[in-house]
Design a protein around this ligand. Structure first.
Ligand SMILES: [Zn+2]
Length: 321
């Protein structure tokens, strides 16, 4: 077992511009070094882990000598049953990581010259791979907590006398959801989606370790957290800053990115997929200081290390419209 590819000198020379100049063979070798990094870029069986494999060079298919299953470089990864050449997948990742506010499926379909449906599913697969590292994440130290509402926009009536007060819950669409962000100062972020800020308290308790100092605004939902954590509260209405300690700037910068993605890139985010975009933007915030070449390799490694997507594999076959 050699040094992990992502830490090696080759990894640092792989820039975004070079992706488009790669031959399909070079792209394949890049993929192989990431996919099979644990075995120095040489194929091993995704089913039983056996390193003794037969190679069918003509078709780039392998057969395990142990369990006899056949596999390709993308078998059992999020790119399983791919239709695109490997260089195009690498290009998709390069385009995707370069969009600080996210990348729309429409833009991806134009840049890659693929159908909208292909780009839509591909982008969601990348989001799923990016979000996977947050699955079991626990936070500690100094953590900012905040919530913001997304979706459920109600169009005002044309005539003023017909308009309803959209601040009242009975006049809302019922589709509004709140994204909660928990963000370590100088560390990692963890978003999740729920109906109200109040409902998020048990999730925060499960994900933020006791002994943590929590920073939150004056919303009454967070009063319940005082029982578990040392709390610092910010009162936005009077700009009280508790000697500069009790701000939630990290949480706000996360929401600013998510809001810009919603308004500037996607124009509308379906409530069903809000969690995916919330994860994507947390990933982008956490790694914003990494060079884009590094981000590109991280996403490629996450995608090739991620199992077949239950949600996105065969998505259009199941829901043709
Ligand atoms: Zn095997």
């Amino acid at each position: 077992m050699a040094q992990h590819f992502l830490l090696s000198a080759q990894a640092r020379t792989l820039s975004l511009v070079k992706v488009m100049r790669l031959s399909e063979e070079e792209a394949y070798q890049t993929f192989a070094r990431i996919r099979w990094a644990q075995n120095d870029g040489e194929p091993f069986c995704p089913r039983c882990g056996c390193v003794a494999v037969y190679t069918y060079h003509s078709r780039r298919i392998y057969k395990c000598q142990g369990c006899e299953s056949q596999f390709s470089i993308t078998t059992a990864t999020i790119f399983a049953s791919r239709k695109l050449p490997i260089r195009d997948l690498l290009a998709a990742i390069a385009i995707f990581v370069n969009g600080a506010k996210g990348v729309s499926a429409l833009q991806l379909s134009r840049d890659l010259d693929v159908q909208y449906k292909t780009a839509f599913v591909l982008a969601h697969k990348l989001r799923e791979a990016m979000g996977a590292e947050m699955k079991d994440r626990k936070l500690s130290g100094h953590v900012e907590v905040d919530g913001a509402y997304f979706g459920g926009y109600v169009r005002p009536e044309n005539r003023k006398e017909d308009r309803k007060d959209r601040r009242l819950s009975e006049n809302r669409s019922g589709k509004r959801q709140v994204v909660i962000i928990m963000r370590e100062r100088g560390g990692k972020s963890l978003p999740f989606v729920c109906r109200t800020e109040d409902q998020s308290v048990p999730v925060i308790r499960a994900r933020v370790l006791s002994g943590t100092t929590v920073y939150a605004d004056e919303a009454s939902s967070w009063d319940a957290l005082h029982a578990t954590y040392e709390m610092h509260r910010v009162n936005h209405s009077i700009m009280f800053q508790d000697e500069g300690k009790a701000d939630t700037n990290q949480a706000e910068s996360y929401f600013s990115r998510l809001r810009r993605a919603e308004i500037g890139t996607h124009h509308h985010i379906s409530g069903r997929y809000l969690h995916s975009y919330a994860n994507e933007m947390a990933w982008r915030e956490d790694y914003r200081r990494e060079p884009n070449g590094t981000q590109y390799l991280m996403v490629a490694a996450a995608a090739l290390g991620h199992p077949v997507s239950r949600e996105w594999k065969g998505y259009w076959q199941r829901s043709p419209n």
